[in-house]
Design a protein around this ligand. Structure first.
Ligand code: ADP
Ligand code: ADP
Length: 240
C-alpha cells in the first residue's frame, strides 16, 4: 500500500502561475481520499505532479517510498508509474481496437509489446484479461470494438485495463464527470470495492460534494493552490 508525503510542494508554471503553494499533505497507506475544488484550484496540477507527469518546482514529494524528482533511470520511472493505476474522465481507450485488446494493453508495463497483442497474447495473459473484464462486468463484450460502448462501459473497460497493471495505488481524475448519476455511482462503487479488496490507496479528484461525502473517507478541499479544508468523513451511510 502506497502512502504520499508532501512537504511545502510548489508548482510554478513557466508563465509564472503559482498552481500549488507550499502544500503539506500526508496520505496514509490504504486511505480513500477525495480531492475537491473549483476550476483552477490546482487539482489537475496536483494529479499530474503525483503521477510524475509534471515536475514540482519546490518542496518534497514522496510516493510509495519513491521520490520522483530523484529518478535518474528510465526503469525507476516506469516501475513507479506502473504501480499507480490511473483513471481519467475520458477513459483514454484505444479506438478501433477490441475491448480485450485494450485490456491486454494494461499489461504493457510488465510484458513486452509483442506479448500483449491480441492474436498472439499468451493464454495466461488472455485469461487474466478475461478475469479483469469479469470483475468489472464486461466479459460479454470482450470481442466488441471499444468505440461501440457507452461511457459507463468504457470506464469499466478502462478499469479492467488498470487491473492488468496490478497497481499499488489508484488515482482517478474526475472519473465520473462524463457519466450520468447512476453510471457514475456504479463506477465509484466499483473503484472503492477494488481498492478495498486489494488494499489499495485511493485518491480521486471529484467536483460533486455529495459523491465526495459518500465515497471519500477523507476530503481535501483545494483553493487557489492551497489546502482549504482537510477532514475525515466520520460515519456516512454508504449505499452499497
Ligand atoms: P483544476 O484542475 O483545479 O481546474 P489546474 O491544476 O488545472 O486546476 O490549474 C491551476 C492553475 O494553474 C490555474 O490557474 C491554471 O490556469 C494554471 N495552469 C494549469 N496548467 C497550466 C499550464 N500548463 N501552464 C500555465 N498555467 C497552468
Ligand atoms: P481527461 O479529460 O479524461 O481527464 P485529459 O486528456 O484531459 O483526460 O488528460 C488529463 C491530464 O492528464 C492531461 O493534462 C494529461 O497531460 C494528463 N495525462 C494524460 N495521460 C496521463 C498519464 N498516463 N499519466 C498522468 N497524466 C496523464
Amino acid at each position: 500500500m502506497f502512502s504520499v508525503t508532501m512537504s511545502e510542494v510548489t508548482k510554478v508554471y513557466p508563465n509564472g502561475t503559482e498552481a500549488l503553494k507550499a502544500l503539506d499533505l500526508n496520505i496514509g497507506p490504504g486511505e480513500h481520499v477525495v480531492i475537491l475544488g473549483h476550476n483552477g484550484s490546482g487539482k489537475s496540477t496536483l494529479f499530474r505532479c503525483m503521477t510524475d507527469f509534471e515536475n514540482i518546482t519546490g518542496g518534497y514529494l514522496e510516493i510509495g517510498g519513491k521520490v520522483p524528482a530523484s529518478f535518474k533511470k528510465r526503469k525507476e520511472r516506469s516501475t513507479f508509474r506502473r504501480n499507480i493505476g490511473l483513471v481519467f474522465q475520458h477513459y483514454h481507450l484505444t479506438h478501433n481496437l477490441s475491448v480485450l485488446q485494450n485490456v491486454l494493453f494494461g499489461a504493457l508495463g510488465r510484458q513486452p509489446f509483442r506479448k500483449v497483442c491480441a492474436p498472439i497474447a499468451s493464454s495466461t495473459l488472455r485469461l487474466e484479461a478475461m478475469n479483469a473484464l469479469e470483475r468489472v462486468g464486461m466479459e460479454s463484450v470482450a470481442g466488441n470494438g471499444a468505440d461501440e460502448l457507452s461511457g459507463g462501459q468504457k470506464q469499466r473497460v478502462a478499469i479492467a485495463r488498470m487491473i492488468m497493471q496490478r497497481p499499488r495505488m489508484i488515482m482517478a481524475d474526475e472519473p465520473i464527470a462524463s457519466l450520468d448519476p447512476k453510471a457514475g455511482k456504479e463506477i465509484m462503487d466499483l473503484l472503492v470495492s477494488i481498492c478495498r479488496e486489494n488494499q489499495l490507496t485511493f485518491i480521486s479528484i471529484l467536483h460533486q460534494m455529495d459523491i465526495a461525502l459518500e465515497y471519500g473517507e477523507r476530503i481535501i478541499g483545494l483553493n487557489q493552490g492551497e489546502v482549504l479544508i482537510d477532514k475525515g468523513v466520520p460515519h456516512i451511510q454508504r449505499s452499497e
